[in-house]
Write a protein that binds this ligand. Structure first.
Ligand code: SAM
Length: 237
């Protein structure tokens, strides 16, 4: 009897850990997306986004980084309900189009209802591989997605692949005690910075952003910058 109760308790704890803390991250990408589809209609209530905060700490820095680039092509990977668009589009200094990619059809539908405009596209698809050619975008963002993907390092490389040389990546890194429980999917702040550097980005800046996330910027170098860096490091190209 005790052994049955013990096993049932253990299974219950494992289920809480995997579903509540890890959001299905170790059960495969379809499980993650199934859970997002299931909660899509409650997502905005759960997240309690503050529009003024989002504009100040997400939209404005993003628009400043694009520096008025006309016709800017932006990808938001793991876009969910269109959070980036809602933070960026109110700015009159943004002159571009945001392509939202997410595997959850239902969350994308919520995004369309909240943020559809002539400056947005909505694509249902996976982050790995991304359905875009190399160097397609001037900026790529991925907020709160990396830790839910089966191979975060490979996904990072994929995000950089579709970024043009000179373009910016904006990406979150999960921090805090819960991040340590999402085994094999998260990085310490130091490890994340190294990961971005090893992936070839330059001008890297990582700083605290939300209770559970750091925000990181990195620029994809032009090829002559890469040559200069290799020369400085003593590697011939
Ligand atoms: C926590 S939500 C973040 C949504 C949005 N970026 C935000 O900050 O509100 C994570 C999103 O990543 C999407 N996602 C998770 N794994 C994915 C994958 N492998 N490919 C594409 N989207 C994925 C989920 O469907 C979900 O919309």
């Amino acid at each position: 009897m005790w052994i049955v109760l013990f096993i049932a308790g253990l299974v219950g704890l494992l289920a809480v850990w995997e579903i509540w803390i890890c959001e299905g991250a170790h059960l495969g990408r379809r499980a993650v997306v199934f859970l997002y589809d299931l909660t899509a209609r409650r997502y905005e209530r759960i997240k309690c986004f503050d529009p003024a905060w989002e504009r100040q700490y997400l939209g404005e820095p993003f628009v400043r980084t694009l520096a008025g680039l006309h016709g800017a092509r932006v990808l938001d990977a793991g876009a969910g309900s269109g959070r980036l668009a809602r933070a960026v589009l109110p700015s009159t200094a943004f002159h571009g189009v945001i392509t939202h990619l997410d595997a959850s059809r239902k969350l994308l539908q919520v995004g369309r209802e909240l943020a559809d405009s002539p400056q947005t596209h909505w694509v249902q698809g996976w982050a790995m591989p991304l359905p875009f050619s190399d160097s397609t975008f001037d900026a790529v963002s991925s907020l709160e997605m990396l830790e839910f993907t089966p191979r975060p390092r490979a996904v990072l490389h994929e995000l950089i692949r579709v970024l043009r040389p000179g373009g910016w990546l904006l990406i979150t890194n999960r921090i805090g005690w819960r991040s340590r429980l999402i085994l094999g999917r998260t990085f310490s702040p130091q490890a994340f910075r190294s990961l971005l550097r090893e992936a070839g980005l330059v001008s890297i800046d990582v700083y605290p952003w939300q209770v559970e996330y750091d925000l990181a910027w990195g620029r994809k170098p032009y090829s002559d910058e890469t040559r200069m860096q290799s020369k400085r490091a003593g590697v011939s190209t």
